[in-house]
Design a protein around this ligand. Sequence first.
Ligand code: XLS
Ligand code: NI
Ligand code: NI
Length: 437
Amino acid sequence: MAVFTDVPNKIAFEGPRSKNPLSFRHYDANEVVEGKTMADHLRFSVAYWHTFRGTGSDPFGPGTAVRPWEGPVDNVENAVNRVKVAFEFMEKLGAGYYCFHDRDVAPEGKTLAESHKNLDAVVKALKDEQQRTGIKLLWGTANLFSNPRYMHGAATSCNADTFAYAAAQVKKAIEVTQELGGENYVFWGGREGYQNLFNTNMKREIDHLGRFMHMAVEYAKEIGFKGQFLFEPKPKEPTKHQYDFDAAACIAFLRAYGLEKHVKLNIETNHATLAGHTMMHELEYAGMQGFLGSIDANTGDLLLGWDTDQFPTDIYLTTQCMLVILKYGGLAPGGVNFDAKVRRESFEPVDLFHAHIGGMDAFARGLKIAAAIRADGQLDKIVQERYSSFDSGVGAEIESGKATFKSLEKYMLDKGEITPNKSGRQEMIENLINTYL
Ligand code: XLS
Ligand code: NI
Ligand code: NI
């Protein structure tokens, strides 16, 4: 049963002057930028949870979304039917990848064994559709936050049985990710944090999280799962404080627990802004430390204080993202996953197309603009010049480790005063960036 009958079989690239809202104006999958196709740079992925399971509910009311593929009961038969709808959507859109949590694709059973069985049945359907369409799994993950058993968290729960249940669930999720050829596996903390420090043993909880991730790494090795593990920073929501606060906190955690060789980061825009950072900051921080793995592309509403998960349409934002991503050599085996949902008022199925088309076009423009900035080289030159005092003389001695406090004191006593500072030229640089937009 085809669902998106009012949408053409393929969303086509029609160029910037197109008046057709169901076309790409900028995303041309085969266009080559810096020696690679746009499709290979961007590796767009659809988030199963938002796009096929999102209802538009919010704390003030139930869902509004019209989703003809959601039957009255959530059973395996319906889940398998939904798989066909999902692949119809992704095929028409021309996204090469998708991502899911175990519980997005298959209903939870009454027992763990039943849940495993449900998942296996749906994974079979996913595999068939992957083979039919060539669409691939960017990453899999486990939902360790919706079921009431995870009220205190999963790997950081105060209840050892909850830890055990989460471990069993992640074991299975890694297995199905491997079965589907998933290129990555994501840990997002869900409820791994605290509401109140008076009842929390933070040291024990974070130690448990470290142990949990080691078990995952060990199991992956045991079964030969070659995908990249990713850790997704988020500072708060639903908890007051999440242990995976931001890129810096996640990297410190991975290093402290000896996981730095096995896990990279999945950086999400709205999580960056919740942490009081920009997405560019988070990408740069992860990139400079060698931890840039993948991104969850969305955006928040800066007037609202929560994870609104909107589709990214701001070209300034996508330009900043692509500048940093190109600088660090791209995202593969990661990609650009739209961890984003349509607004509650955009309740029709076709709105899902408008949303993804907008996000893909915004990233295509960001990619082209970033490539133009890099080709022009002015920005690079400004930054290089800004630090040029470290290229030779005393600066080079500082960087190479040759200089000491003693040698620098002698140098300054001889010299007397510093070489005059130069302007940071921030406004001029901001004007320069605008000339490429
Ligand atoms: C929630 C997270 C979540 C992860 C996957 O805020 O972004 O969707 O990406 O568990
Ligand atoms: Ni996310
Ligand atoms: Ni999020």
